[in-house]
Every structure is written in structure tokens, then in C-alpha cells.
Design a protein around this ligand. Structure first.
Ligand code: ASP
Length: 317
């Protein structure tokens, strides 16, 4: 029996039912379902996990509700700088982009970097130039602008807060919206048992000029290996980098023989919690097992599989 499976996330954090109007909740769920359907369609037609991951993430990047591509958060300088990565678990090839501006779909740029640059990661203007050379679509600053993200930034731009600073004291006086993450990601296993993972983000509101998070760092926010799992993280990137979260889960499976579920729960609910790192992740293995694991109040998430599962959710179960 086929086990192809796609899981996605649209960020984790303090997401409570009381914070979303029914209309906004419905829009988020619809956005997640559209992304799931876009990626799943590729898996269903015997396409690759890599293409399914890219398609799902492009959909989320184009949806201004999520903090990636259009709708990315603003840096301390009031601009959008985006990070993304993609990894192919079959070949262990990876591509990543950091601090890039004006590229409509950073996840597609990551794939182009993986396939055609001879490198793994490009940043800033060099990444943008490569996007142009490869004929990728660029977009003006206005395309990425949303009032919602701009207002979030205006509220804290004169402070030293940045969006993922979750220490209770630092959250005092901050609007609810600041307490959540909005990064997007997808992981998939295809009908040939190949695994891929991808993550894309605008990072954190009011982040410092040039700050790079965990999302584009292979092994930290994104990792895929056919022998173990595919992982895409969301949360306070500084912690996820220091805990090398995605690779740690893969290692627990490879070297200690843990199941996908046990490895994810150990890292997210024990190790990260001890360090003070809030967030979550999505994971698949080659058998089509999946895990949507978080230590925060909620995570925009979804999963669709050949076994007939089709779910999208936001709040804690
Ligand atoms: N992990 C991302 C970062 O630190 C943010 C997020 O997940 O929303 O840039």
C-alpha cells in the first residue's frame, strides 16, 4: 500500500481561539487546505516529494496571512528580508537562501540554488542576482507589504523587542499577535519512499539587520534524509539553531533507533523546553508516519496522506 504523505505548518506560538475572529480562523484553515491540496496533488500523480514540498510552500508564500514571501514581517529597518531552505532526502542535496529581498518565492530560489549554483546557500544581493539569472520572478517592496505586519512592526520598532522574544516579562504590553510565529514549512514522502523538507520565513518582526534564523540552516530548521525523516521547524530560531533540532531528531532515529514520534517528542517537549525554546515542527518518515509536534499554545498545521488522512488545525488538541 502506498504511504505518500504531506505535512505542512504555518507557524507555531501563542495562538489561542480568543485571538482569531471566526472569519480569520476560516481564512487560515482555507489557506492551509489549499497548500495541502497543491502539494498532495503532486504526490498523488506520482510526483516527487521535493516538488510537492515546493508547491505547498509556494502556496503559503503567496498567501499574505503567513510570514513568508508575501506578508513577511518587517525588520528593524522596516524592510522584508527572507530566509528559506529545501532538502532532498534521497540525494542529501540541499539549497538555502538567507536575507534575500524582492524574490517572490524564496523556496523556489532555494531549489534553484540546490540544483544549479554549485553551492548550498546564497545570501542577500548575491541570492537576488542568482534569482534574476535563473529567470525567477522578482516583486517590488509593495508586493510584500501588508498593513497587519506593518502595524506589528510600528508597535515595537523603537524597542529592543523582536517577535520571538518570548520571555514573559518581555511580552508585557506587547500585542497578542507578537506572541506567535508565522514561518511556513512542508515535509513529504512520495510513492517511491523519498523524503523532502522545506521551510520559508520572513523571520521575526523587528529582527536586527542581517539576522538569519534557523529556517535556512540545514540541520537546524530544515532537514531531510530518506534513511530517517524530513523535518521543518518553526519557533524561536536562536534556540532551534543551538539545539540543531532537525538533525538531532534524525540522529536519534539513526543512532538510537527511536521512532519518529519518540524522537520528535524528546527534542521538542523535553530538550527545547529545558532550554526555553518555544515552537514546533512537522515530520514524516519513509513509512508515511508523521508527527506535528509543538510545545507552544498552537501551531497552524495540516496533514494529508494516501491512508485517507486530511486534516488542518490551529489550536492545541
Ligand atoms: N524560526 C523562525 C526564525 O527564527 C521564525 C518562525 O518560526 O516564525 O526566523
Amino acid at each position: 500500500m502506498s504511504t505518500f504523505t504531506l505535512a505542512i505548518h504555518g507557524g507555531a506560538g501563542t495562538i489561542l481561539k480568543s485571538m482569531l475572529t471566526p472569519e480569520l480562523e476560516a481564512k487560515y484553515l482555507q489557506g492551509l487546505q489549499e497548500a495541502l491540496d497543491a502539494g498532495y496533488q503532486i504526490l498523488e500523480q506520482e510526483g516527487t516529494a521535493l516538488n510537492a514540498v515546493e508547491a505547498a510552500i509556494v502556496c503559503l508564500e503567496n498567501n499574505e496571512l503567513f510570514n513568508a514571501g508575501r506578508g513577511s514581517v518587517f525588520t528593524k529597518k522596516g524592510i522584508n528580508e527572507m530566509d528559506a531552505a529545501i532538502m532532498d532526502g534521497n540525494t542529501l542535496d540541499g539549497g538555502a537562501v538567507a536575507g534575500v529581498r524582492n524574490v517572490k518565492n524564496p523556496i523556489t530560489l532555494s531549489k534553484e540554488i540546490m540544483l544549479h549554483s554549485g553551492h548550498v546557500m546564497l545570501s542577500g544581493n548575491g541570492a537576488k542576482e542568482f534569482a534574476l539569472n535563473r529567470g525567477l520572478e522578482l516583486a517590488p517592496d509593495e508586493y510584500f507589504f501588508t498593513n497587519y505586519r506593518y502595524d506589528q512592526w510600528i508597535e515595537i520598532r523603537d524597542s529592543d523587542f523582536y517577535q520571538l522574544d518570548h520571555k514573559e516579562d518581555n511580552l508585557k504590553g506587547m500585542p497578542h499577535e507578537e506572541k506567535k510565529f508565522g514561518t511556513v514549512g512542508a515535509v513529504a514522502v512520495d510513492c517511491n519512499g523519498h523524503i523532502a523538507a522545506g521551510t520559508s520565513t520572513g523571520g521575526m518582526t523587528n529582527k536586527r539587520y542581517g539576522r538569519i534564523g534557523d529556517s535556512p540552516i540545514l540541520g537546524a530548521g530544515t532537514y531531510a534524509n530518506d534513511a530517517t525523516c524530513g523535518i521543518s521547524c518553526t519557533g524561536h530560531g536562536e534556540y532551534f539553531m543551538r539545539a540543531v533540532v532537525a538533525y538531532d531528531i534524525s540522529c536519534l532515529m539513526e543512532y538510537k533507533g527511536l521512532s519518529l514520534h519518540d524522537a520528535c517528542h524528546h527534542v521538542v517537549k523535553e530538550k527545547l523546553v529545558k532550554m526555553g525554546g518555544e515552537g514546533g515542527l512537522i515530520a514524516v518518515d519513509k513509512f508515511g508516519n508523521y508527527d506535528l509536534c509543538y510545545n507552544s499554545q498552537g501551531m497552524y498545521r495540516g496533514v494529508k496522506s494516501a491512508k485517507g488522512i486530511n486534516q488542518v488545525a490551529i489550536y492545541k488538541d
